[in-house]
Design a protein around this ligand. Structure first.
Ligand code: ATP
Ligand code: MG
Length: 163
């Protein structure tokens, strides 16, 4: 069974909307992927989007304004989560997907964490044969982009294994 990626993303955004709006912030949704169906593990993939939004809120800078988008490339579906938060320096950006890594200055809000969220995100994304990229600028914001190729999506069940 294929999952409607737009609906899945919308579901996660909805659970965050109240939290973000209670901090006078907003989430802009542009779910523009056409024929947005893909073979994904719904539980894990929902957690992936949840983790990205959780970070966006934890590492915010002033009023949080997030953009969540889906769209098509000829070879697959793209999901992006973009924030206007603290941003991450080039040097630290190289390490954010490592287990237990936390940016040393990331606790300006005294934010707690295990440094595991993004390691999980990367693992799940890659086990689906998908790709994750990040762009960030300190004191501007961060953008995560997940690329779900149409071809290899059927293979995720074989690939997922936790070690
Ligand atoms: P956990 O998710 O396990 O509770 P965590 O949030 O610290 O803990 P990750 O989600 O793996 O761990 O993120 C690693 C580090 O990357 C964070 O500690 C933070 O410094 C930085 N980071 C992640 N997402 C963002 C973001 N959207 N904006 C700014 N910094 C971020
Ligand atoms: Mg996190």
């Amino acid at each position: 069974k294929k999952t409607n990626i737009n609906e899945m993303v919308h579901g996660v955004v909805n659970t965050f909307r109240i939290k973000v709006e209670s901090q006078k912030g907003s989430i802009v949704e542009k779910l523009e992927a056409k024929n947005p169906y893909a073979h994904v593990d719904e539980v894990h993939f929902t957690n992936v989007i949840f983790n990205l939004l959780d970070n966006a809120l934890k590492y915010k800078r002033g009023t949080p304004v997030f953009q969540v988008k889906t769209w098509n490339r000829p070879t697959g579906i793209v999901i992006t989560v973009e924030d206007n938060g603290l941003g991450i320096s080039k040097e630290n950006l190289k390490r954010i997907f490592e287990k237990f890594y936390r940016v040393p200055t990331g606790n300006v809000h005294n934010v707690k964490g295990f440094g595991l969220g993004l390691a999980y995100v990367k693992k799940i994304v890659e086990d689906h044969g998908a790709e994750i990229k990040v762009e960030s600028e300190l004191n501007v914001g961060t953008k995560f982009e997940i690329f779900l190729p149409l071809k290899s999506n059927k293979e995720w069940k074989k690939n997922i294994k936790f070690s």
